[in-house]
Design a protein around this ligand. Structure first.
Ligand code: AMP
Length: 399
């Protein structure tokens, strides 16, 4: 069904929005509210028109949403006559814990459950809730849907999500693997099944979805359902990312905290913001900068890229083993979609398990299948579209 869905991604001081068609993915308008709680700036973009930038006071998310509504219905910069034309609102919510295995229409119970998940997503969930509450106030009675980063991973079996800690911390405190980027992995799984000709009948398919961006994670997907993923209770886990360390030996924390007198917040600051490929290289978290530096002979930049490719390759091997094979590997997000050299590095050496990239296809922008004709495993590059996935889920729930 054709619907106009407003997709909201609320952060603590920012709010991204897109008004889009949930069927075609056509974007009518999108934009960003920044510096909420400080002063406030709106950037409003309509395809084919000049961007509009405006300073608008935004003491809270309420004024930010009001500014978005005004921009959408404005006779000159707007794209709709009234907010009645918005069929529903879809919100990105980061942590749904074990409470949510799917997207759902927001009511008081859902809000209470999102609040219960705040300890798992202390930075994101409160901000997501501010966005939800602001929309409820601005558009009373309009259906609102919550789409969780964690939900698609809820099909993992216990052996994949349990940590080898005293079981009581799982039972009492909910300590387990949850996984993130679920909206992206769900979209990619759907697109990969389409590319494999298995849309609607995913039984027996084995897919590895590689979301490689500033934050990165892999998901192992059997029969269209996640069986394992690299992030954990929080999004710091897995392999090295732009600025996040990925998995490390916890002994390192005790050692460094002792040496430098850091408390746990300072330690986590290092692991979240100063590590990953930025930490190793000392150059940048951006793979374009790293490639340029490596080409100019910077050895640490080269090492950072090497480390990233090596760890992703190891995860692919692990997930192929876990699934007992793999039919398709999909690359997506900033690095996965754009960095042909990184894709080649990751896939090279996997020929023994039937992965063979066609160098020419890999180097051609916009080419979806990049595996060689005789590759047993299909390798795809598919642009992710989390907003569209949120819009699709929202439309499905409110139709
Ligand atoms: P994302 O988090 O998905 O927006 O990805 C952002 C990251 O993608 C950036 O930090 C870059 O490292 C990477 N990226 C974007 N474009 C390119 C490109 N053309 N080549 C290599 N890396 C890129």
């Amino acid at each position: 069904m054709k619907m106009k869905i407003l997709v909201i991604n609320a952060g603590s001081s920012s709010l991204k929005y897109q008004l889009m068609d949930s069927e075609s993915g056509q974007v009518y308008a999108k934009g960003l509210c920044e510096r909420i709680g400080i002063d406030g700036r709106l950037t409003h973009k309509v395809p084919g028109r000049d961007d509009v930038k405006q300073d608008i006071p935004m003491p809270t998310h309420n004024e930010a949403i009001k500014a978005v509504m005004d921009a959408l219905v404005d006779p000159e910069k707007g794209v709709i006559r009234s907010t009645d034309e918005i069929d529903a609102v879809g919100h990105r919510v980061v942590h749904g814990g074990a409470e949510f295995a799917a997207s759902c229409v927001i009511d008081d119970n859902v809000i209470a459950a999102i609040e219960r998940c705040i300890p798992f997503g202390p930075l994101h969930n409160p901000a997501n809730l501010m966005g939800i509450r602001a929309c409820m106030e601005a558009m009373p009675g309009k259906k609102q849907v919550a789409v969780f980063d964690t939900a698609f991973h809820q099909t993992m079996p216990p052996k994949a999500y349990i940590y080898a800690l005293p079981y009581e911390y799982y039972e009492k405190d909910g300590v387990r693997r949850y996984g993130f980027h679920g909206t992206s992995h769900k979209y990619i799984a759907g697109q990969a099944l389409r590319a494999l000709g298995r849309e609607g009948h995913p039984e027996g398919t084995k897919i590895i979805s590689c979301h490689l961006g500033n934050g990165s994670s892999l998901a192992a997907i059997v029969d269209g359902k996640v069986v394992d993923t690299s992030m954990g209770l929080g999004p710091l886990a897995g392999f090295p990312m732009g600025t996040r360390s990925g998995d490390i030996d916890p002994t390192i924390m005790e050692y460094l905290m002792g040496r430098y007198g850091w408390d746990i917040k300072e330690m986590l600051g290092v692991l979240n913001k100063k590590s990953g490929v930025l930490g190793i290289s000392g150059v940048s978290s951006d793979f374009r900068d790293l490639s340029a530096a490596a080409r100019e002979g910077n050895e640490r930049a080269a090492l950072a890229l090497d480390k990233f490719a090596y760890e992703v390759k190891k995860y692919i091997g692990a997930y192929a083993a876990a699934m007992g094979g793999v039919d398709a590997i999909v690359f997506t997000a900033g690095v996965g979609e754009n960095d042909a050299d990184m894709r080649m590095r990751i896939a090279s050496g996997l020929e023994y398990m039937g992965v063979k990239i066609c160098p020419k296809c890999n180097a051609t922008r916009g080419k979806e299948e990049i595996s060689a004709a005789d590759s047993k495993v299909k390798v795809f590059v598919i642009p992710t579209n989390e907003e569209l996935m949120i819009a699709m889920d929202t439309a499905e729930l409110v139709k």
